[in-house]
Write a protein of this length. Structure first.
Length: 183
């Protein structure tokens, strides 16, 4: 029995189904507004220095969560802005563009939206408010979040460096055999 269909119509269906399976295997679940920057890609520094000029513009910013504070009907997420890669994911490192606050309607669990998690937000720049960081007055742009993406925590692997050089032939040395050891 021939495992492949013999007529060309069945073979075409097989090729199409295989192609669709391969395409869906490569598909990503990152929403398009998170993955692609808006037409006018407004930077955080421009928004902080000229807030009145950029109010009500759509922004896509991301970074590391500093704090998550739930209030009566909304959640405020303070984010340390970092550069985004081509898929919209914040690049971890020491480079920062400053801080901003994202406001989301409803409750977000601070255990999930914890300090140190990477997030990208898409929303409207509403205003800039002045708050203190310790004793320093800082201008925080406020973004009304329409869409956000919480990035997965990268897996950490423990690597143990063996402190000595390992000789793979050691078990085959003649004096390794137990009969060669004398007491």
């Amino acid at each position: 029995m021939n495992p492949l269909p013999t007529n060309s119509n069945s073979l075409l269906h097989l090729v199409v189904i295989t192609g669709l399976l391969l395409l869906t295997a490569c598909a990503t679940n990152i929403p398009a507004p998170i993955k692609n920057p808006p037409a006018e890609d407004l930077s955080l520094t421009r928004a902080r220095h000229a807030p009145d000029k950029h109010l009500n513009k759509i922004v896509r910013w991301g970074g590391t969560i500093i704090s998550t504070q739930n209030q009566q009907h909304k959640t405020e997420i303070t984010i340390l802005a970092q550069p985004l890669d081509k898929s919209g994911e914040p690049q971890q490192g020491d480079q920062s563009y400053g801080r901003f606050i994202g406001i989301m309607d409803g409750f977000l669990d601070p255990a999930i939206y914890a300090t140190g998690r990477a997030v990208t937000v898409y929303g409207k720049l509403e205003k800039v408010v002045r708050k203190k960081i310790d004793n320093f007055e800082y201008d925080y742009p406020i973004v009304q979040i329409q869409l956000f993406y919480l990035w997965e925590v990268p897996e950490k692997y423990d690597y143990y460096d063996y402190p000595y050089w390992y000789d793979p032939w050691y078990p085959y040395y003649p004096y390794y055999h137990p009969y060669w050891h004398r007491r």
